[in-house]
Design a protein around this ligand. Structure first.
Ligand code: HEM
Length: 228
């Protein structure tokens, strides 16, 4: 990024453009393609949802300490919080004992550790992770919900897909505009913005790693002994 480009381009546009390739990569991962193509059983979806629970627990568990932070604080909006929704989905998918039965994949552990490091030491890095997940959930996440409802018969916007339903966000497009305005108003210099872009790419790569491990476990032929 040269000084001119960054001076003229709002940060929200910069991070979006710079991470476009990483987005295409995660979107094209075979797990996602198999899931959206209806080639996976509900057990794969459940395992994926379990991994999300670990990730959102790390993102949202840090909220208390970051609320007063001038960089990360404004992003911590209660209407984004996903952990309770994931817990309802997992209770539906895995029964009442779901919590004792779930394990993070090694890639999920690495992802969670990186979020925790950023939350502790680097609020701007935490924002990069926040952006990568929540803006994605408000966008492509809706495609996953639609597929899941059709493939595994969940009630529309009901248990099993509540993670994708933002009850308290009436107008997602307006919300995303406000979110981008927060990104544009971040009180950080160009070098820090560049570091945030790199962290965003890292966040995408960490997601891609989780998908690769899920793919290794479930494949795309629906032949996993756990698939239903
Ligand atoms: C097959 C899966 C996916 C599909 C179909 C998909 C699709 C999309 C689409 C259509 C948008 C643009 C929405 C708009 O312009 O308002 C978008 C934005 C976004 N997606 Fe995805 N996505 C997928 C997976 C992911 C994943 C796994 C992540 C993160 C790990 C992610 C992160 C994002 C982010 C951060 C944005 C916002 C970009 C910006 O406007 O700044 N997406 N996605």
């Amino acid at each position: 990024m040269d000084a001119h480009t960054s001076a003229r381009t709002p940060f929200s546009a910069l991070i979006r453009t710079a991470s476009r390739e990483a987005h295409s990569e995660v979107r094209g991962s075979s797990f996602m393609e198999d899931m959206l193509g209806g080639r996976l059983g509900v057990a794969a979806y459940r395992r994926y949802t379990e991994q999300l629970w670990f990730v959102y627990r790390a993102l949202e568990g840090a909220a208390d300490t970051l609320t007063a932070d001038p960089i990360a604080g404004p992003f911590l909006r209660p209407e984004l919080v996903r952990t309770p929704e994931l817990e309802r989905d997992l209770a539906h998918l895995g029964g009442r004992g779901w919590r004792a039965a779930i394990r993070p994949l090694p890639a999920t552990e690495a992802y969670v550790a990186r979020i925790a490091d950023c939350a502790r030491d680097w609020p701007a890095g935490y924002v990069a992770h926040h952006y990568t997940r929540y803006l994605g959930d408000l966008s492509g996440g809706q495609i996953v919900r639609d597929t899941a409802e059709k493939a595994w018969g969940f009630a529309r916007k009901g248990d099993g897909v509540r993670f994708y339903v933002f009850e308290d966000i009436g107008n997602p497009a307006a919300f995303k505009r406000e979110y981008r305005a927060l990104l544009d108003a971040l009180p950080v210099d160009d070098l820090e913005k560049q570091r945030m872009v790199e962290e965003c790419k890292r966040a995408y790569a960490l997601n891609t790693d989780v998908f690769e491990e899920l793919s290794a476990e479930f494949g795309g032929d629906g032949a996993s002994p756990l698939s239903a």
